[in-house]
Each structure stands twice: as C-alpha cells, then as structure tokens.
Design a binder for this molecule. Structure first.
Ligand code: ADP
Ligand code: MG
Length: 252
C-alpha cells in the first residue's frame, strides 16, 4: 500500500513543485512505484513531468468534482505516474462546499489507487484553504520544504496550527515526514543561519539532505522533464537522488 505524502507550505516559491517532481522521478529511478498527484491549479508539476496540462483528461478536477474515475485520470510517464491538474481546479474549493464530506474527496480518490504504488506525492497549492485541507486529509504524512532565505519560518506556525486542527478532527494519524531545506546557498552566511534556525525549531525532523540553489533545477521544467533527466550530473539532480535514498532508507 502506498505511503501518501503531501508536499506542503502555503508560501509560494519555496520549492514544493520542484521537490514533488524530482523526488517522484528519483524514487522511480530506484525502482519504486510512484504516483504524483498535481493538486495546484497552476499545474506546474503536470508540465514538469512532461504531461500537457491543457489536453490531459480527465484531470484531478474532473475526479473531485465531476466524479471521473481516478484510474482513468492517471497518465504514465517514464518519470512516474501523474494525475494531471489544470486551472479548473482553482474553482474547486468553492464547488466542494456543496458536496457532502468535502474534506475527504481527494482521500477517496487516492485510496482507490493506493494498492498500485509505494509512494503517492501530492503537490499542494500555495494556500491553507479547502484544497490543502483535502491534501492534509488524504496524506499519511507531510514534507515541508523551507527556503533558506529571510522569513523562512514565517507562516510555518499557521501551517502547523492548520495541521493540528486537521489532526484533531479529520485525520488523527497525520504526521510530519520531514522538513526539507531548499535553495541553500553555501556561499552565504544567511543560508547557514536559516538552516541552523530551522533545525532548532524542528529537532530531528530536518532531512540530512539539503537542496542547493542550482540553476539546472529552474531550467528543467521548461523542457518538461525532471532535473534528474535534464542534467543527471547537476548538483540539483544529485541532491534529489540523495533525498530519495534518505527517504527509502527510512522505510518501514
Ligand atoms: P513552489 O511550488 O513552492 O511555488 P517551485 O518549486 O515552483 O516552488 O519553485 C519556485 C521557483 O524556484 C521555480 O522557478 C523553480 O524552478 C525555482 N527553484 C526551485 N528550487 C530551486 C533550487 N533549488 N535552485 C534554483 N531554483 C529553484
Ligand atoms: Mg508549486
């Protein structure tokens, strides 16, 4: 049965999508059965996996709102399977309000696919609203990417209090898989200071693997491929492979 992991942080631009795409591809390369569920209306993870967000159908919106069969939404790629998103998902938060058990719509869809995978990753949108609550209800655990910049910890207390609320009522077993330091620049004291501060706040919960700032990571999406394929020897690719190894070493 799949371990379902949401990549979450309501801040935009911290590396959620980059992490979701590259951890999926790296675990696939280790022989794991992986599914990436794109749950952001921007659909950058969909295109980052080489899937056309404008034509892929049915997509995650159709599954949640129109009752499409989740199995029919899955697109297989050489980097792993994908449930595509597109901009229609932006309206889903409002439309879901009228649906019974609205917090568990994504969970129902992913649970029906879980036996086919070792890992399912959910790329969350940059908000703490109903879409993200659906991801927190569907997930067993969370990876929180934190950018090694000023204000790195800002907003994390809001995230953690949302997580506590979800645990209290909707998903008591939800746990923190790990905090991931992203866009680390070893040439700056700031990156080092932020890394130390995050480790103090989350003792024992920060991945040993740190993702460096690496231009190849930002170039890869425009080629519709993970960095591990775009430039396998880049520092970004090495870092995500190492994260995949760290994660799979911690299995079980
Ligand atoms: P989020 O999904 O949290 O909004 P993204 O993964 O889309 O964040 O990253 C934001 C931007 O930063 C994107 O343009 C992405 O290509 C770039 N980026 C992400 N991680 C890195 C990194 N480690 N080094 C350099 N650029 C990165
Ligand atoms: Mg994103």
């Amino acid at each position: 049965m799949a371990r379902i992991i949401a990549i979450v942080n309501q801040k935009g631009g911290v590396g959620k999508t980059t992490t979701t795409v590259n951890i999926t591809a790296s675990l696939k390369a280790l022989g794991k059965r992986v599914l990436l569920c794109d749950f952001d209306p921007q659909a950058n993870a969909t295109s980052g996996m080489g899937v056309d967000k404008n034509t892929a159908s049915p997509n995650v919106y159709d599954v949640l709102i129109n009752g499409a069969d989740p199995k029919k939404s899955v697109v297989s790629t050489k980097y792993g399977d994908v449930i595509p998103s597109n901009k229609a998902l932006a309206g889903a938060g409002i439309e879901m309000i009228a649906i019974p058990d609205r917090e568990h719509l994504l969970k129902k869809a992913l649970d029906s696919l879980a036996e086919n995978y070792d890992y399912i990753f959910i790329d969350c949108p940059p908000s703490l609203e109903l879409l993200t609550v659906n991801a927190l209800c569907a997930a067993h655990s969370l990876i929180v990417p934190v950018q090694c910049e000023y204000y790195a910890l800002e907003g994390l207390s809001d995230l953690l209090s949302t997580v506590r609320l979800v645990k209290r009522g909707l998903n008591p077993k939800l746990s923190l898989e790990g905090v991931l330091l992203t866009m680390f620049d070893s040439r700056t004291n700031l990156s080092l200071q932020v890394a130390e501060e995050v480790k103090r706040h989350f003792p024992g919960q920060v991945y040993a693997t740190v993702i460096p700032r690496n231009v190849r990571l930002s170039e890869a999406p425009s080629h519709g491929m993970p960095v591990t394929d775009y430039d396998p020897y880049s520092r970004g690719a090495e870092a995500y492979r190492s994260l995949a190894e760290e994660m799979s070493a911690g299995e079980g």
